[in-house]
Ligand binder design. Structure first.
Ligand SMILES: C[S@@+](CC[C@H](N)C(=O)[O-])C[C@H]1O[C@@H](n2cnc3c(N)ncnc32)[C@H](O)[C@@H]1O
Length: 258
């Protein structure tokens, strides 16, 4: 995920045939990528400009794109539920996360949120991510390495409800079953005015977390939910898609006060 615009050996690219058929592919010299529309020689991709196209052995045309954070997290391997782009977008905006931020996160899970956080705190920020299950942490480490973002992340195999090691952090973000147990530790770890975020699938989790935030010394507490609906734009028959994801999770935001 760098800013150069020419495909190099070792890059991870997004190869797109159409809306449904798209793959994350590592560009390795002398290797081939097999699709139902023929074989693509990866040597043919090296040196191409992102946005250009490459032809397969059957003459089918594939577009070559730089994967956006959204493409990456939707295509990477996952063994846990992940936070979806619509919710991550709000997490970034409502917490203020940006370059140089020091962020604590739990649980790491498959690392989808970790990838996006690491991408946005570059070049001087850092993510400290806590996870209790080693097999999840291992996969998350692989996913972050594939995205070439590992230097921005410290992985911790630790139960965050036993305490947070870092201090003076800009944000604490929780996606785990019992966020309310972490609220006092988040208060200790955050700098004054720092951002707290919790993502929970159920209302019961939200209530426990909000009551704990009120008791602990947080302010500006809000809980929101986000729906997105795809619009199908067609000549003379533009309308919303008939199905949509109705529920993922509730987002709670708060600021530390003294
Ligand atoms: C839904 S997953 C997180 C997914 C992640 N946000 C993503 O986007 O890929 C929840 C994770 O929290 C971890 N977890 C639960 N309780 C924890 C705790 N007390 N400390 C650290 N991790 C915890 C679980 O093992 C699980 O991997």
């Amino acid at each position: 995920m760098s800013s150069k615009n020419i495909v190099d050996e070792g890059d991870l690219i997004l190869l797109v045939f159409d809306e449904k058929r798209r793959w994350l592919v590592k560009v390795e010299k002398d290797k081939e990528f097999h699709t139902h529309k023929g074989v693509i020689k990866l040597n043919d991709v090296i040196g191409k400009t992102y946005g250009s196209s490459v032809k397969s052995s059957t003459g089918a045309k594939f577009r070559v794109f730089k994967p956006l954070p959204r493409d990456y997290i939707l295509k990477m391997r996952r063994i846990t539920q992940i936070i979806y782009p619509k919710d991550i977008g709000l997490i970034l905006l409502y917490s203020g996360i940006g370059p140089g931020w020091k962020v604590v996160e739990a649980g790491t899970g498959s690392g989808a949120l970790t990838v996006v956080l690491a991408y946005y705190v570059r070049p001087d920020g850092h993510i400290y991510t806590y996870e209790v299950r080693e097999e999840f942490q291992k996969l998350a480490i692989k996913n972050i390495k594939n995205a070439a973002l590992e230097k921005y992340v410290t992985f911790k195999l630790k139960d965050i409800s036993e305490g947070i090691d870092e201090r003076n952090v800009d944000a604490v973000i929780l996606d785990m079953a019992t966020p309310w147990l972490v609220v006092p530790h988040a208060y200790e770890a955050l700098k004054e005015g720092g951002s707290f975020v919790s993502y929970s699938p159920t209302i019961e989790q939200v209530q426990k977390t909000v009551f704990s935030l009120l008791k602990t010394g947080f302010f500006d507490i809000i809980t929101i939910e986000c729906f997105t609906r795809r619009i199908l734009v067609r000549e003379g028959k533009t309308r919303p898609a008939t199905s949509m994801i109705s529920h993922t999770g509730y987002l709670t935001f708060a600021r530390k006060i003294t």
